[in-house]
Write a protein that binds this ligand. Sequence first.
Ligand code: SDX
Length: 434
Amino acid sequence: MKLADNKATLSFSNGSPSIEMPVYSGSIGPDVIDIRKLYGQTGMFTYDPGFLSTASCQSAITFIDGDKGELLYRGYPIEQLANHGDYLDTCYLLLKGDLPDAKQSTDFHKLVNNHTMVNEQMQFFLRGFRRDAHPMAVMTGLVGALSAFYHDSTDITNPEHREISAIRLIAKLPTLVAMSYKYGIGQPFMYPQNSLSYSGNFLRMMFGVPCEDYVVNPVLERALDRIFILHADHEQNASTSTVRLCGSSGTNPFAAVAAGVACLWGPAHGGANEACLKMLDDIQRMGGISKVGEFMEQVKDKNSGVKLMGFGHRVYKNYDPRAKLMQETCNEVLAELGLENDPMFKLAKQVEKIALEDDYFVSRKLYPNVDFYSGIVQRAIGIPVNLFTGVFALARTVGWIAQLNEMIGDPEYKIGRPRQMFTGSPRRNVPGAK
Ligand code: SDX
């Protein structure tokens, strides 16, 4: 970042001395006011719950322009990346800053493929769970448990440890997600088959069985790969900020990513795709398309507490570019599977149509986000609703690691330690205490 030819002056109406703060510019996007010396100079904190106006870091990985509905990974538009190369090429880009050439791509695919198996002991962790445990509960445990198997690479300050941990996490997440699914349905775990693509391997571990060959459907394979690309990173969202804050203590990458998995689970964040499909199911049970208007009235009634899941976004105040690409992927998959008349997809399109015409949503700039169509396409592929967020976590792991490594690689980084405005009781004595 570079010093802008601008400064911020903070003055106080109570006559306290005003202070000047430097303004910095990045390469694109809003300038920032550097408040690092504010407390030292004024004895005051800034106050910004939810960090609506706070840049927690500088980053060169992902840029979002919420007003334009633009998403760039290392400068490349998501629309182009969704149709260029595959998810592992996008992983290479996010981790290393540039798209791989043919040899780099081949070597990276081979490197990831060499790490797709998990230690045989990992399967015994699953046995401790009920078979009907939510897969995100299982995943939070399994990802954290990975750190117990790699004592040779848990020093996050060591670039080689960061590199191999990144590869292990990217390679093993599909295996762990598939294991949590198989455990839930009482089927045997499928070992990775490294002659398959990353997405093809995941499909086989999910839907293959040991008693017969599994043939990967190339349309589903491509659709899944694109879903992974669309979910790979997204600037300083809640789970990425969690991974950064967790990793800032110097803990190992597996523990930091496990914290990201836990945060992503929430329905306001990565759990929204599961919540969105449940919402569409509810409308279907109410009577389907004819009941969408009634449902929308509930959403607009603040007291109902009902939200239009899959809609709205902290940053996008225009259409989420990923939602458009997800809708296209939905069309392709449903056509491939002969489900063009899928009632859920038709219902979703009707919900979107009504929302985009209703002033309540238009005035609040509420558009479909990445989660609105992803549930429909994943359900069509055969992924169970309660595993949608596990798939999101699988895809987002590369973003979490890239952001964590960027932070640790920054010589200026410190352990994150926000302050507060205290509104509790001033000092008082326990009865009888002197
Ligand atoms: C993801 O941050 C990221 O980048 C996340 C993500 C990523 O890739 O990492 O993009 C992934 O998490 C996408 C978001 C998935 N979540 C959902 O779809 C859940 C439904 N959405 C809402 O919970 C909400 O829109 C948020 C949490 C996504 C954003 O909330 P904000 O920015 O805090 O917005 P807000 O709550 O201040 O809303 C502004 C207004 C409010 O109304 P008023 O008080 O002004 O009258 O819009 C209303 C809200 O009540 N509103 C909604 C709504 N979202 C906001 N009303 C109905 N349905 C909604 N979905």
